[in-house]
Design a binder for this molecule. Structure first.
Ligand code: RFL
Ligand code: PHB
Length: 406
């Protein structure tokens, strides 16, 4: 058995774990990243595509902003479709100049992985049986197996960045954690295809009596589209032709006509869930990103929340090591959860407004359309949507009575 010592052990090499590792490295704090899967597997997961400015700024701060700057597409508007009609929302005009950037999560992860490798920082991929020990005390440890051999990492802190199904949240005694959950009675079928995006807007969100549809992009030649589907549906039920046909039927006729179709290069079904675990700190264990919370993807908030958690956590750890202050650590959970709940509310609201629920038909559909009609014709409602969409500010310190620095 080998034993190693680091300041911070990071569990999970998704965007949360890799971004945290990079920000700590920039501050001279040493960390190791321990990941259950292989790098190729991690890069093969097609997920988010819309980055808030706060997330883009963090990538720059972490020293990996070059490609998002040159290859990401900056957007100023989104579009809502309902009752067969399109309504653009000028999110930049309504938020004093804020923008969102289309840049795939896969590319964010790749940039962070490459930077970690170029800096020679330690990462253990394909680590089996990862276990956490003694994080309530002063000397936490992480054990794992790799190629049949056992390893132990002694550390000051453990960062649980291992996603919704990870080991970190599951290691907390049930009495110490409270979980809030809402599971939606449908999923999203997503298709990635090398076709030009149907719309110049960042994202098109479509409400229709056949169910929700979303049009997004990865580049000027690669598009990402989704349709709401039954939660127990199977990818094998969906030929490419059936997918394109259903997507067209949920959009307005003009857009359906303009849609360029082609063979799918990825097709998957994701369930929709709202979930928040409180608190996000247990002694010397911190949870960040999907390990602590899940939002339905309708608001494009999951990856962005992961990034803001990591910003609060890296500031707190930097304060601990460099300024010998534990104020940031002590306030981490409260500070992160304030922003998490606002995003959870927004994602739940937009999901409820845009999807067909079992009782939506008839009256429910009409009420959704009336609310959407009010939204697109009311400057204050459009502004509220836009403020949430581009991302709420990082600092809720004032509102919570917390110091505003980290
Ligand atoms: P991840 O990405 O799940 O990474 C966790 C990592 O931990 C590893 N792991 C373990 N490692 C070691 N030991 C264990 N026992 C482990 N168990 C797990 C996993 O293998 C994995 O590599 O979590 P992270 O880093 O917190 O990142 C969160 C984001 O991935 C997620 O919030 C977003 O993808 C959500 N999301 C979106 N977010 C946005 O901000 N904008 C979007 O446009 C957006 N679109 C989406 C989305 C999520 C979607 N799905 C999958 C529901 C679209 C979709 C379809
Ligand atoms: C995506 O591009 O995959 C995407 C965009 C916006 C969302 C969800 C997913 O709300």
């Amino acid at each position: 058995m080998s034993t190693q010592r680091v300041q911070v052990a990071i569990i999970g090499a998704g965007p949360s774990g890799l971004l945290l590792g990079q920000l700590l490295h920039k501050a001279g704090i040493d960390a190791i990243v321990i990941e259950r899967q292989s790098p190729d597997y991690v890069l093969g997961r097609i997920r988010a595509g819309i980055l808030e400015q706060i997330t883009v700024d963090l990538l720059h701060e972490a020293g990996v902003g070059e490609r998002v700057h040159s290859e990401g597409t900056v957007h100023h508007s989104i579009e809502l479709v309902f009752a067969n009609t399109r309504h653009p929302i000028d999110v930049t005009g309504l938020t004093q100049g804020k923008v969102v950037t289309a840049y795939g999560q896969t590319e964010v992860t790749r940039d962070l992985m490459d930077a970690r490798q170029a800096a020679g920082l330690p990462s253990i991929y394909e680590a089996a049986h990862v276990q956490l020990h003694d994080f309530k005390g002063a000397s936490p440890r992480v054990s794992y197996e790799k190629d049949g051999r056992s390893h132990v990492i002694e550390c000051d802190f453990i960062a649980g960045c291992d996603g919704f199904h990870g080991i970190c949240r599951a290691s907390v005694p049930p009495g110490a954690i409270r979980e809030y959950e809402k599971v939606y009675p449908f999923g999203w079928l997503g298709v990635l295809a090398d076709v030009p995006p149907v719309s110049p807007h960042a994202v098109v969100y479509a409400n229709s009596d056949r169910g929700f549809a979303l049009c997004s992009m990865r580049s000027l030649t690669r598009s990402r589209y989704y349709v709401q589907c039954p939660m127990d549906d199977k990818v094998s039920n969906w030929s490419d032709d059936r997918f394109w046909d259903e997507l067209r039927r949920r959009l307005d006729p003009d857009m359906a006509e303009r849609m360029v179709t082609g063979p799918s290069i990825e097709k998957s079904i994701a369930p929709l869930r709202s979930f928040v675990a409180e608190p996000m700190r247990f002694g010397r264990l911190f949870l960040a990103g999907d390990a602590a919370h899940i939002v339905p993807p309708t608001g494009a908030k999951g990856l962005n929340l992961a990034a803001s958690d990591v910003k609060y956590l890296s500031n707190a750890l930097i304060e601990h090591y460099l300024e010998k202050s534990d104020a940031g650590i002590d306030h981490y959970s409260q500070r992160a959860l304030a922003r998490v709940w606002r995003a959870a509310r927004f994602s739940w609201w937009l999901t409820s407004l845009m999807h067909q629920f079992p009782d939506t038909a008839g009256f429910g559909q009409k009420v959704q359309e009336a609310e959407l009609d009010y939204l697109v014709h009311s400057e204050s409602m459009s502004r509220s949507l836009s403020e949430n969409y581009v991302g709420l500010p990082l600092d809720f310190g004032g509102a919570l009575g917390l110091p505003t620095s980290s």
